[in-house]
Ligand binder design. Sequence first.
Ligand SMILES: Cc1ncc(COP(=O)(O)O)c(C=O)c1O
Length: 249
Amino acid sequence: MIYRNQKNLEIWNKYGDNVLMVMPFEDNIIVKAKDCMIEDADGNRFLDLASGQLCAVLGHNHPNLVERIVNQAREVIHSGTNFLSLPVMEAASKLAEVATGDLKKSIFLSTGSEANECALRLAKIHTQRTGMAGFTLGYSGMTLAMRSVSSSFGVPIASRPAVPDSHSILTPYCRKCPVDAEYPQCDFLCLQVSENELGRDKDEIAAFIVEPIISAGGMIVPPDGYFKRLKEFVNRCGALLIADEAQTG
Ligand SMILES: Cc1ncc(COP(=O)(O)O)c(C=O)c1O
């Protein structure tokens, strides 16, 4: 198939000046998506290996999902924050059925950053503490608090100063071990060093927020047994552990 880029560029020429370039966007203007394929204005088709922003878990435009969205839009599209709608309550109930342990309550938000902010605020209320910590190579979102515990892209001027009481712990990145040790003989030295570095600050941490697989930081899979030891450490601190599953699901 010949790659074309004429209509894409025409659209950019017509509208591009009014788009805030917060990142280097691709030329391709996406006009259609179906199953695992996306199509641009010039008819170029791509296999979408990223599932959109990692969210099209049913494939793009699954007919059942489209039907549910259209039907619901005919009934209610929007209500004030002080009201709930029936599908929200049904979805919470279904999640409670499949969630493990005593995870029985849900809140539905629009973005991963919002979900993490909300989890963190709940942790602060629960623990009556103000601190938070994330991995040195973690990424939890674009909001100011999340950028304060996300160091994977450095800390650009737009994210400074960090929210007070933000901390980090070493990423369990065995291939490039941050403490030059060897797994499993290391006995999770990275955690022990992190604990020492936090010192007394650890007693003020409400929650540690971590990705099960550190994604933006380099698709790093922590070694077996790491999360058990992390949970023990978090318990010792009297803090909560938030699993940011925005990418892993
Ligand atoms: C692990 C992780 N957490 C949080 C976020 C933030 O999600 P959102 O961009 O929907 O705010 C992302 C986004 O890519 C992510 O990868």
